[in-house]
Design a protein around this ligand. Sequence first.
Ligand code: ADP
Ligand code: MG
Length: 772
Amino acid sequence: MPIVKLQDTTALPLPDAVREALALKAGDSVSMEVGDDGVLMVRRMDLSGPAIGSDPATTPLQQSIHRKNLATPMGAIKGVGPKLAEQLAKKGISVIEDALFLLPHRYEDRRSLSKVGRLRTGFHEVFHAEVFSCEAKTTKGGKHFLEVMVGDETGTVMLKWFRFNPVFMRKTLRVGRNGVFTGEVVQYGFQKEIHHPEVEWLDEGTDLAALTAKDPLNFGRILPVYPLTEGLHQKTLRKVMKEVVDRFSADVENHLPGGVMERHHLLPQDEALREAHFPGHDADLARLNAGATVAHKTLAFDELFFLELGLALKRRGVALEEGIPFQVSHRYTRELLKLLPFQLTNAQRRVLSEIKNDLMLPHPMHRLVQGDVGCGKTLVALMAALVAVENDYQVAIMAPTEILAEQHFLTIHRWCDALGIRVALLTSGMKGKAKTAVLEEVAAGTAQIVIGTHAVIQEKVEFNRLGLGIIDEQHRFGVLQRGILKRKGLNPHILVMTATPIPRTLAMTVFGDLSLSVIDELPPGRTPVETRIAFESRRSQVYGIIRDEVKNGRQAYIIYPLVEESEKSELKAASQMAEHLAGDVFPELRVGLLHGRMKPEEKEAVMGAFKAGETDILVATTVIEVGIDVPNATVMVIEHAERFGLSQLHQLRGRVGRGSEKSRCILLSSGHLSEDGEKRLRVMESTNDGFRIAETDLEIRGPGDFLGTRQAGLPDFRVANILRDGRILEAAREDAFAVVEKDPGLVSSENFGLRQELARRWGGRLELAAIA
Ligand code: ADP
Ligand code: MG
């Protein structure tokens, strides 16, 4: 479908170009949408197509009614007043559709009641019991709590309240009173306890049957328990959800192809939603809680299918493009291998042959090379670059920071000099004549390899014959930059490199349109970095370690999370600390400071001095996270380690252990770590395997945080859980790719609904992606 983009157009009439490109006649309909980057998308609407969705009975009119219903504000639900509506909105629930896709995060079995004697530790249990005693007590520390013994004919259990209203509690918790209690059972010694249970009092003479009859939403069934309920009562939310689901689930349309649904035994979407929110009496509780019911699978599949469908189209678009088939003559690559003081690792060799195979095809390569810190990606990139140079094409290498670009330049320039290849550096810091000279060389094609920051893709830069674009540390660039780099040449090959060891399932979604190569081996002779957590109280010992290393001729990094002290945080600023360290702690040592807000020349000077061994300690912010290579540095101290992501810590740590000496990384922490926080950091002590670390990070923090920003291109999933649903993702991917394989433009009438729904979900992102 032709798409025309108008830069920042705010007013119509429609330009002729658009009219022509879309073959628009008077009376035709178009839809317009402003994309993320402020570009207006104009799309021709084909209203004459067949019925929408896989349900042939759905007419466009019905469809628009469904859409409207799903967009109904939450205030329309009984019991949702302005205050509750606002609370819900804060949690991202503004309209009916949001609520429908807020699934329970666990389920509680209230189909029958447990006997007190059979309560299981670690489970949420529901049971009927009588109050035997009720006592207010005080802990040794002087805190009040309420201890209530309840039981039935099979045993007793202790209930405790640490926050309570004494008057109210004494009134309600009368000895001899009967109730239904719900809560998580914990074990202390021989005593089973439940803290802050929910209580439903039974009036004199009522039993569970009566209670269930009176309140069928909350008793005698499997109950949904919703996330995000801070400040909200489950009971309230449950009531709201019940109405939402009863009234509106039928408005959720089904878009998956019938064949796909049959093959995977999926339910229609509306049915799946009803079952996931309010499971039937026979549902399997364990499966529900694992998110493994057919209903859950259906909803996750739907979400992942449309994601993969979009990626498949992107990938397909690339595959159909004409590219530059290279020939592999080995002229420079063989020469370089001879010059290297070491052998390529097997993994490097394998990935290189994957890259070479791509380069020889008449379609542009789109490949992601993933490999742990220090696995030797730069060399692989250089080898690929040499193939392009052998074919008389230029290469652009893009790095996320000036420091890294300079570092690449130094490394690559050194090898290329020996081979007689001209390498140029281009950064945004460059000015005047120097810059003009480089730009001229790039335009003339005499600069065969151009290394730089995003300066490489600025408008003024014109390549003579760009044949290969290499992007290092991809997760810092958006998809957009990839697209711009691509347009600097005529469909050049693109190689993306990342040191973030993205778990496979995640890589498939984030970079799903790229082919994936993994360097899963480090060069031999590396000594793993020994990592230890140290608390504030041991700071002077940590300084002692640094002093010892420096005495032995080594160097050290001290890393800070921030550049300047912000009002809100208590973080010690790198610049203040550098002064303190240089003046008070290590007056006899040479301390350098490196942070992101320095001018490029300053940074270069500081890095240069550290590399040359003219400074002993480099105090730095995370600007050194990627790619800096100083083998003589053997200690890294990371302040406020708990503030960093695990993968980031791993990247930072990769700056040491680059030589043959034993290296150490010390994670300093303030000592006020949460349980999760400590668990996270301990992973760093226990392994040097970037993939394991990434998996753990992903598990603890979730995919959104894991990659840092939305820019990373990671979609927010409503239902799917990328850790849990790996198998579903793979199945959805296979089906989505098969659909696109058969009908690359989704133009057939049976795919009309798919195409529409895809456009709705991906919005403008798909078109942007298509040029990327
Ligand atoms: P990264 O994958 O983190 O970018 P680099 O490309 O910076 O890693 O490589 C780290 C170091 O390992 C560099 O000093 C590089 O010269 C060296 N290196 C690369 N490949 C090999 C190899 N096959 N054997 C030994 N050392 C290697
Ligand atoms: Mg690197």
